[in-house]
Design a protein around this ligand. Structure first.
Ligand SMILES: CC(C)(COP(=O)(O)OP(=O)(O)OC[C@H]1O[C@@H](n2cnc3c(N)ncnc32)[C@H](O)[C@@H]1OP(=O)(O)O)[C@@H](O)C(=O)NCCC(=O)NCCS
Length: 174
């Protein structure tokens, strides 16, 4: 995987792990993002859906990867991505996902830190998101990142077995 615009990397916050590199998620990475999404969610988004979401006014994404060791001809490893939409001074996290074998290494935190830095620079003051009430890992990540609960949407998500699950609405003021 070769990032299309490596010069953008320096503009973004990265995590404490020097191996995590963050680049803008462009349409060229949509198939890769779709594959990552399928590992995180039952209702995987295909590449076209991701491109459409990136096309919306105020939308942007950030992709995390670990560079491969060029001396060993090793490929870059995609780690995760976040997809955002900002409108005026508010932004929403459309999705965030990290590859199962890269979890609990700070990738999610690095993505949220980069999002915050970019939104802050753009004058956004509030980030919102919805998360399933039983998604303990994601809720822990968001709370650790300064989000708090402001509401609940009843039976918001449908599981493959037909089960309806409430969503928590979380907010972070920046
Ligand atoms: C939620 C998700 C994005 C977290 O990504 P991650 O890269 O593993 O998160 P990080 O390693 O940056 O975690 C940062 C902190 O969040 C908390 N956290 C993250 N995952 C956690 C888990 N499964 N259980 C408990 N705490 C967790 C911890 O406080 C963690 O810090 P620590 O590892 O030093 O204890 C990842 O689990 C994922 O992709 N899940 C599937 C998709 C999903 O549910 N997305 C959210 C939809 S709303």
């Amino acid at each position: 995987m070769t990032p299309p615009d490596p010069t953008d990397v320096g503009d973004m916050a990265d995590g404490s792990d020097p191996e995590i590199v963050l680049v803008p998620l462009t349409a060229a990475f949509a198939p890769l993002a779709s594959a990552l999404h399928a590992q995180g969610f039952d209702d995987a988004w295909d590449a076209d859906a991701i491109i459409r979401l990136l096309d919306v006014l105020g939308a942007f994404g950030i992709l995390a990867y670990r560079p491969g060791d060029t001396s060993k001809n090793a490929k870059d490893q995609p780690l995760g991505f976040v997809l955002m939409q900002a409108v005026m001074d508010e932004a929403e996290i459309n999705t965030i996902t990290v590859a199962p074998d890269a979890r609990r290494m700070g990738v999610g935190r690095a993505l949220l830190d980069a999002v915050k830095e970019r939104l802050e620079a753009a004058g956004v003051t509030r980030i919102l998101l919805e998360v399933a009430v039983d998604n303990d890992g994601a809720i822990a990540l968001y709370r650790q990142n300064g989000f708090s609960e402001i509401g609940r949407r009843k039976r918001y998500y449908s599981r493959p077995d037909g089960l309806k699950v409430d969503a928590l609405v979380l907010e972070r003021l920046i």
